[in-house]
Design a protein around this ligand. Structure first.
Ligand SMILES: C[S@@+](CC[C@H](N)C(=O)[O-])C[C@H]1O[C@@H](n2cnc3c(N)ncnc32)[C@H](O)[C@@H]1O
Length: 299
C-alpha cells in the first residue's frame, strides 16, 4: 500500500519541456540562464539533456531559492542559483559578474507551489488576499488594492489586466461591500464576484479579476517589458531567447518585441508561429493548455 505522506507534491510541473530544449538548441559547454527557476523543472531538463552545459537559475521567490538547495549536490557548479527579479537583470548580471549567455529561458506566470501553498493566488483555497510572489519586492497586497483603491483604479485594473467584461458591476459591488466590512480573503472576494455576476460554466467567475490583481500586484507586464531588451543584449551571438506566456497580454509583449528585433535586423524567429502543447501534454497537465512558446535567435 502506498503511504500518502510519502507522496510528495511536485513544486511545479513544467510545460513544453521538449520544446524548450529544442528551442534553446543547446550547444556543448554552453551557459544558459533560466530567469524563472521555480521548481527547476526546465533547468534540470536542460542539465540532463546536455551534460556539458551550465545553468544559472534565477527566481524572486525565496521559496524557489530554498527549494533549489536539494539540487546543489547533484549538479555542483553546473547549477548556480541567484535570487532577484528578472526586471533587474542588468544589475544582477553585473553583481554576479555573469558573461554572455548561449540561451535564456523565461517561463512567465506563477508556479504550482505559489498557487497551492502561498496566499491569495487561488479562487479555490481560502487564504488571505495577498498575491505577492516576492514579499521582498512588493509591500502592497491584493487586499490593499481591493479595499483602498478608488473605483476608477479598480475598473482600470480589472479591464486592462483581466479584460473582465463585467468590470463596472463588480467594482460597484466591491465598493458597496467594503463600506460594511473589509474584503481580506480569497473566498470573500470570489463569493462577492460570483454573487454579483452569477456562477456557472467551467471557469470560476472571479478568475479574470484574480488574474488582473496578480498581474497588477507583481507588476508582471512591466517586468517583462524591462526584461526583454536586457535579455537580448545579454545573449551571445547565435544565442536564443525562449519565452513561454500564459495569456494574451504577455504573449503580445513577447511577439511584438521579437518582431521589432527582426525588423531591426537583430536576429530571426526560427518559428514564425507560437508553439503550443500537444493534446497529450494538455491531457496530463491542464496548465499547459494556455502556454505559448516563442523563440528569438540573436544574429
Ligand atoms: C511558471 S513558474 C516557472 C516554473 C519553472 N520553469 C519550473 O520548471 O519549475 C514561474 C516562476 O517565475 C518566478 N517569477 C515570476 N516573475 C519573476 C520575476 N520578475 N523575477 C524572477 N522570478 C520571477 C515565479 O516566482 C515562479 O517561481
Amino acid at each position: 500500500m502506498q503511504n500518502e505522506a510519502m507522496v510528495e507534491k511536485p513544486y511545479h510541473i513544467p510545460v513544453l519541456v521538449n520544446e524548450v530544449i529544442e528551442g534553446l538548441a543547446l550547444k556543448d559547454n554552453g551557459v544558459y540562464l533560466d530567469v524563472t527557476f521555480g521548481g527547476g523543472g526546465h533547468s534540470r531538463a536542460l542539465l540532463e539533456a546536455n551534460k556539458t552545459i551550465k545553468v544559472v537559475g534565477l527566481d524572486w521567490d525565496e521559496n524557489a531559492i530554498n527549494n533549489a538547495e536539494q539540487y546543489r549536490e547533484q549538479y555542483g557548479d553546473r547549477l548556480q542559483i541567484i535570487w532577484g527579479s528578472f526586471a533587474h537583470l542588468y544589475k544582477l548580471i553585473r553583481k554576479h559578474k555573469l558573461k554572455k549567455f548561449d540561451g535564456i529561458l523565461a517561463d512567465f506566470g506563477t508556479s504550482h507551489y505559489q498557487i497551492f501553498e502561498r496566499h491569495g493566488f487561488s479562487v479555490h483555497r481560502d487564504t488571505p488576499l495577498d498575491m505577492r510572489m516576492s514579499l521582498s519586492h512588493f509591500k502592497i497586497t491584493a487586499a490593499d488594492i481591493i479595499n483602498y483603491g478608488t473605483a476608477e483604479e479598480l475598473r482600470e485594473i480589472f479591464w486592462t489586466y483581466g479584460e473582465e467584461r463585467h468590470t463596472k458591476k463588480i467594482v460597484f459591488a466591491i465598493c458597496e461591500a467594503r463600506k460594511k466590512k473589509k474584503i481580506t480573503t480569497t473566498f470573500a472576494l470570489a463569493k462577492l464576484i460570483a454573487d454579483t455576476i452569477g456562477s456557472g460554466g467551467r471557469i470560476h467567475p472571479a478568475t479574470k479579476v484574480f488574474q488582473a490583481l496578480r498581474i497588477f500586484v507583481n507588476k508582471e507586464l512591466d517586468n517583462i517589458t524591462a526584461f526583454l531588451p536586457v535579455a537580448t543584449d545579454a545573449l551571445a551571438s547565435d544565442g536564443r531567447l525562449v519565452c513561454i506566456s500564459f495569456h494574451s497580454l504577455e504573449d503580445r509583449l513577447v511577439k511584438q518585441f521579437f518582431q521589432e528585433q527582426v525588423r531591426n535586423g537583430m536576429g530571426t524567429m526560427p518559428s514564425k508561429r507560437s508553439i503550443t502543447a500537444t493534446d497529450e501534454e494538455i491531457s496530463l497537465n491542464a496548465a499547459s493548455r494556455s502556454a505559448k512558446l516563442r523563440v528569438f535567435e540573436k544574429k
